[in-house]
Design a protein around this ligand. Structure first.
Ligand SMILES: Nc1ncnc2c1ncn2[C@@H]1O[C@H](COP(=O)(O)OP(=O)(O)O)[C@@H](O)[C@H]1O
Ligand SMILES: [Mg+2]
Length: 263
């Protein structure tokens, strides 16, 4: 398969095709720091993180509690601002944009799945899924909504309220809601942390396969070595820094590295 689309003919001659390695990263962090006040001083939740994630890649983020995983996802998704450094998503520098512009970019280009589902209790499953589009003044795409409802296994449940769903079903709604805007990048912060391991495994498979079908970049915080082994790359965080990574690892390699890093 060719890595690049045909180059449109330009009036000044053909545009040189950049090598595939020059493709713009879907997510770029450049020396990102995020510190929080902590008693008399400050804690560095992120202490200088640089990374570049290729479009369509699947990255798992692992590390002990307090190592900065959630902060990494929050600053990458524009939910939080770094204290210093640059965050660039799809070529847009979030750290140079106004808060309103970041909100719009987040709504249009980024999906986020939280551990706690965060569904709106008085809206139906169908309404919860369509919510990001409605908030953005866009019409729900009926075809994509049907596709997502089927992909996450919620057919027949569209008229239920969140209170009538199991945890696994609620997280499937949250996944469909995160994908309904067709975001380029999907972040998921321990999305199965509140589910039993069987249900969690099913929900993760839904997230992974749907993101792959829609060619989305997926960044997933997980403690599960099996899940991480499905990723293209696993990033290990410790004390706000990237302590190592593994490319296309096996479950055994992930487990061994977790033990080395004191998990
Ligand atoms: N809003 C906050 N205020 C103060 N400290 C915070 C805040 N968020 C995170 N931290 C601190 O930053 C560090 C990293 O937190 P976090 O990113 O949540 O880690 P993880 O998700 O890996 O458990 C921790 O020491 C945590 O206490
Ligand atoms: Mg966390």
């Amino acid at each position: 398969m060719s890595a690049t689309a045909p180059t449109p003919t330009s009036p000044v001659g053909p545009t040189p095709t950049p090598p595939p390695t020059a493709a713009e990263p879907a997510v770029l962090l450049d020396r990102v720091y995020r510190s929080y006040p902590d008693g008399s001083g400050t804690t560095a939740a992120l202490a200088g993180v640089s990374l570049a994630l290729a479009p369509g890649s699947f990255t798992a983020v692992m590390g002990p509690s307090g190592s900065g995983k959630s902060t990494l996802l929050n600053v990458s998704a524009g939910l939080d601002r770094p204290s210093s450094g640059r965050v660039v998503v799809g070529g847009s520098d979030l750290t140079a944009m106004s808060p309103d512009a970041v909100t719009r970019l987040r709504r249009d280009r980024i999906g986020f799945v939280f551990q706690a589902y965060n569904l709106v209790g008085h809206l139906t499953v169908a309404e919860n899924i369509a919510l990001p589009l409605l908030l953005g003044g866009r019409e729900p795409d009926a075809h994509l909504r049907r596709y997502l409802v089927a992909a996450v296994g919620l057919e027949g449940l569209e008229d239920r309220l969140p209170g009538e769903l199991s945890g696994g079903q609620a997280q499937r709604v949250a996944i469909a809601r995160a994908l309904i805007t067709r975001p380029a990048v999907v972040f998921a912060d321990e999305p199965t942390g509140a589910l039993d391991s069987h249900t969690g495994g099913q929900v993760l498979e839904v997230l992974r396969s749907t993101a792959q079908t829609l060619q989305q970049t997926l960044v997933l915080v997980t403690h599960d070595a099996h899940v991480a082994a499905a990723a293209d790359r696993v990033l290990f965080l410790a004390d706000g820094l990237i302590a190592g990574h593994l490319d296309a690892p096996t479950t055994e390699q992930v487990t061994a590295r977790m033990i080395e890093l004191g998990r």
